[in-house]
Design a protein around this ligand. Structure first.
Ligand SMILES: [Zn+2]
Length: 339
């Protein structure tokens, strides 16, 4: 680990909040402090207030499209291995912008304000060590961090081959809870399209195919049950999706004192839709990751924002989601394993 103390916000107030384990107030404090000391950050969060959005209603759920100019780098990021190997990793603390400061979350992660926001408050949680993005080994920590930042924030994970812009550096994101449409729609989706494969007092697993996305939704108050079930799901899923370095998925996770964890797993078959690689005027720059899959689709180009309609969204989501047959097969396998 190579962490310079200069990268940490370390005044008395933040120390007190962290000592009290009040991480929500600590992140708020970091956010306010960074807005004052980092002009790029202030400029980009100010711009976010005026971003255009439009909504499309599907059968029982909503998709929103956000035209967000500042996300161009992330949307069009070259994540080929050769290109990753030749750049300075932007999540390694020694490469962070001079103005950027963070707070430690436990022993292994630093929480940083994201300077290219989608959420009103958007954070990146990066591992202190430069190591491969891979959820299986860090799922327990992912759950713990979502509890630590509850109830205000939702945690986001993008697999290395389907949305992570730094596939070589383990990281999560955190953003305001209920900002992503699916967080408000999930119970409705469960009722309308869900197939509950296991349900008891302390754990529920539901497969959801809403015609656009293929989702596994886990609910539990017990961390050990969440971990055990997730591992079983991952092991089965490896037989159906390329497992190098892990089967393709995006995760959204939140924690509630009364209901415990909500984990939404989006199963994927590819990272980017065909239209991403076409030449203009047929090109549409959409690169779906967890937030997009959750129903907040980011377009960094205005022409794409205007062109997007329901039909196109339906096509793109089906193209990048696990196909329906495989989803059904996987459901039967996992149902047998969980019971
Ligand atoms: Zn790194």
């Amino acid at each position: 680990m190579n962490l310079s103390q200069e990268k940490l916000l370390s005044d008395l107030q933040i120390q007190n909040l962290i000592n009290q384990k009040d991480y929500v107030s600590a992140t708020d404090y970091l956010f306010s402090s960074q807005l004052i000391s980092w002009s790029l950050l202030k400029k980009n969060y100010d711009a976010l207030i005026n971003v255009q959005t439009k909504s499309f209603w599907f059968d029982g759920f909503k998709l929103k499209v956000q035209f967000n100019l500042e996300r161009i780098k992330s949307t069009s990021a070259n994540v080929e291995e050769s290109s990753i190997a030749n750049r300075n990793c932007f999540l390694c603390t020694e490469n962070l912008p001079e103005e950027q400061k963070g707070i430690l979350l436990g022993d292994n992660f630093i929480l940083l304000t994201n300077p290219y926001p989608i959420f009103p408050q958007h954070f990146t949680i990066a591992a202190l060590d430069h190591k491969q993005q891979k959820i299986s080994e860090y799922f327990g920590e992912f759950l713990e961090l979502s509890k630590l930042l509850s109830p205000k924030y939702t945690l986001v994970y993008n697999g290395p081959a389907c949305g992570a812009s730094a596939p070589d550096h383990l990281h999560f994101q955190a953003g305001n809870r209920h900002f992503i449409p699916i967080e408000n729609d999930i119970q409705q989706l469960k009722n309308d399209f869900g197939n509950v494969v296991q349900e008891n007092e302390s754990f529920t697993a539901t497969f959801i195919n809403d015609g656009l996305r293929r989702i596994i939704f886990l609910e539990s108050v017990e961390q050990s049950l969440m971990e055990k079930s997730f591992r079983k799901i991952l092991r089965e899923y490896e037989n159906f999706s390329p497992a190098d370095p892990e089967p393709m998925m995006n995760l959204l996770c939140s924690y509630d004192n009364e209901f415990g964890w909500y984990l939404i797993i989006f199963l994927r078959r590819k990272h980017r839709p065909e239209c991403f690689y076409k030449n203009d005027p047929d090109r549409i720059l959409i690169s779906p990751a967890a937030i997009d899959m959750g129903g907040l689709i980011i377009t960094p180009r205005e022409e794409d924002y205007f062109r997007i309609d329901k039909e196109l969204l339906q096509k793109i989501f089906n193209e990048v989601s696990l196909d329906q047959n495989t989803f059904s097969l996987l459901k039967e396998k996992i149902k047998a394993k969980l019971s």
